[in-house]
Design a binder for this molecule. Structure first.
Ligand SMILES: [Zn+2]
Length: 315
């Protein structure tokens, strides 16, 4: 999907491509296999500079900070964290303590529980298995993935690493008012996680969706509520926006949300059918989906099937 009003900027980063979406907003779209994790961005509403997410990689977050400074000549006033997953969160400690870190109540709680638990697990993990599989792996793409995971875990284990937690939270939403524009933060409790935050700039019709959108790839269903996610998408589609920065994947339009809904509906149906027939859901493949979804590539399909097989048995 390309947008004629979007301008690609010539900022040099090994991690992301930088785009100017509107007068105020910029998107940092992760390059494939760069190890950046989720997409990020920044919004300059004259009085305030707002950073959206801080990636999984402190070096990528460093580049994001540099880009924001270069294009806005401001220091960040706020960081908005879209949800608790590590691939959106790890760069917070790079920012000055005067930068307020905002998120939903539930996301802060998830960071303090699930997030911390994950970090402790990474600290205890025996890396030998990963190092061995890296040594044995021939496929270049898979090697890159393992290398990026190892880099991430080593960062978390280094003595100087710490995670700065959000210090400003909201229950349902919040608005940051600039002189001429406002930035709306809204949260939902049943979708990708139980505390997803979106950032919407109505005057410019721009939406930062966090992981409520994985553009044209399998959305990870296992931390949230797949059926609730469908109704959240319905709600998002009523907003007036012309471009979305997804949590993963390229810049998107409303069409990508509809495709994602279609995927969620189809995968639920497919797994249900297998369970009802007493068959093994792990036999579901790409070819069982509608044509427009068959070209998606991601190991998440397998994880989603395993997750749904358990989830649907319980519900
Ligand atoms: Zn996520």
């Amino acid at each position: 999907m390309s947008f004629d009003f979007v301008k690609k900027l010539d900022f040099e980063s090994e991690f992301f491509e930088l785009y100017k979406l509107s007068e105020s907003s910029y998107a940092a779209i992760s390059k494939e296999n760069s190890g950046m994790g989720g997409n990020a961005g920044f919004i300059d509403i004259e009085d305030y500079l707002i950073i959206v997410d801080t990636t999984i990689n402190t070096k990528a977050a460093e580049d994001l900070k540099k880009a924001a400074s270069q294009y806005t000549h401001k220091e960040p006033n706020f960081i908005v964290i879209t949800h608790y997953h590590m691939d959106h969160l790890m760069g917070t400690s790079l920012f000055d303590i005067s930068t307020q870190i905002m998120t939903s109540d539930r996301t802060l709680k998830n960071i303090q529980t699930e997030g911390k638990k994950r970090i402790e697990e990474f600290k205890k993990m025996d890396l030998k298995e990963m190092e061995d599989s890296l040594a044995a792996e021939k496929d270049e793409e898979k090697r890159k993935e393992i290398e990026n995971d190892l880099k991430f875990i080593k960062t978390v284990r280094s003595d100087d690493f710490f995670l700065r937690e959000p210090n400003l939270t909201f229950k349902e939403g919040c608005v940051i008012y600039g002189k001429n524009k406002s930035v709306q933060l809204l949260t939902f409790n049943k979708a990708h996680t139980n505390g997803d935050v979106i950032i919407f700039i109505p005057e410019e019709k721009v939406l930062f969706a966090g992981d409520l959108l994985f553009a044209r790839s399998d959305p990870w269903l296992g931390s949230g509520d797949p059926e609730g996610w469908l109704s959240v998408i319905e709600e998002l589609l009523t907003l007036d926006f012309k471009v979305t920065v997804p949590g993963h994947g390229k810049l998107a339009s409303k069409e990508e949300f509809s495709l994602q809904s279609q995927y969620i509906k189809e995968i639920i149906e497919l797994v249900k059918k297998k369970i009802d027939a007493g068959e093994d859901p792990t036999q579901i493949g790409r070819e069982d989906f509608s044509k427009e979804l068959q070209s998606w590539k991601s190991p998440v399909l397998e994880w989603n099937i395993n997750f749904l097989a358990e989830f649907l048995k319980k519900s």
